[in-house]
Design a protein around this ligand. Structure first.
Ligand code: LIP
Length: 286
């Protein structure tokens, strides 16, 4: 998906809002609700971190952990959203999915960067997105996205067709850097995937000035939107890892793509400014 009209002259029809389909004021209200809940959830996560973190269980592998705080923070978010908008659907990393009747579904990662959080590395985020359509990456239409860095307090907000910002500052993806791209990526929890992860890195390194692996996809995507990274790619992400951050990228004039079917998904997520995106895509597909 491409961002709206921006310096590169790329126009995306997806941003021509059907008359009456969704009011801007309504989406701004959803964004404000998500920001308030994300900040409250982030405060809870930070308090629990200071008190000491307990790993509650492992999921897809021993490395794929969930802490008691993940579960408690998601329960808080789910309660707050249900009270404010009882007819909405919900998809959460820890508590599963429930369908709504309003046409809006919330896609939530309560603590993205769980391993950072468990180790006490101050780089983790509350990620909250609202989508319309089927709540799966292949079909959803992201409407609003909030990524709140619970460790630093930074909140990145995007509204479809209305841009992305941090506070009152508009987010813009970077232009292609002459010194090579500062890229970010991640490694799946499944060790069997690591060979292909490393091969993908080998394929893109000729484009890169350097590589970052910070451990929270939503913040990697927010940083692409803010121009703090030139590009990001990763295989194995869950929908809640990229739902909010992906909207930040497209609303900052960037491109979100991947696989299956060229859209961001479990097989691959790629995010960058338009020119860097094409270079990344070509290097990875080679
Ligand atoms: C994490 C992502 C990260 C990825 C990790 C994990 P979690 O999400 O944010 O980019 O490399 O494997 O998927 O598990 O912390 O919500």
């Amino acid at each position: 998906m491409r961002g709206a009209e921006h310096d590169h002259g790329v126009v995306d029809l997806a941003h021509e809002l059907p008359a009456g389909a969704r009011s801007v004021g309504h989406m701004q209200e959803l964004a404000a609700l998500a920001e308030n809940i994300a900040r409250e959830a982030g405060d809870l996560a930070r308090r629990r971190r200071a008190e000491g973190v307990t790993v509650a269980a492992s999921k897809s592998s021993l490395a794929d952990i969930v802490t008691e705080a993940d579960r408690e923070v998601e329960a808080l978010i789910r309660r707050r959203l249900a009270r404010a908008r009882p007819g909405d659907g919900f998809v959460g990393e820890e508590s599963g999915a429930s369908r709504g009747t309003s046409g809006i579904t919330w896609i939530v990662d309560p603590i993205d960067g769980t391993v950072n959080y468990a180790y006490g590395i101050p780089h983790y985020a509350v990620s909250i997105a609202a989508v319309t359509g089927e709540p799966i990456p292949e079909e959803w239409m992201p409407e609003i996205g909030v990524v709140h860095n619970a460790a630093t307090g930074e909140t990145f907000t995007g509204i479809r067709g209305r841009g992305a910002r941090i506070g009152q500052t508009r987010l813009r993806v970077s232009m292609p850097p002459s010194a090579g791209a500062l890229l970010a990526t991640g490694f799946g929890y499944d060790p069997a995937q690591h060979d292909s992860d490393l091969a993908r890195i080998r394929a893109v390194m000729p484009l890169a000035r350097d590589l970052r692996r910070a451990g929270a996809a939503s913040l990697d995507l927010a940083y692409v939107a803010a121009g703090r990274l030139d590009g990001y790619f990763e295989k194995g992400l869950q929908p809640w890892d990229h739902a909010a951050g992906g909207l930040l990228v497209t609303e900052a004039g960037g491109v979100m793509g991947g696989a299956p079917a060229g859209r961001p998904g479990r097989e691959l997520v790629i995010a960058a400014g338009p020119q860097t995106y094409e270079l990344l895509r070509a290097a990875i597909d080679r």
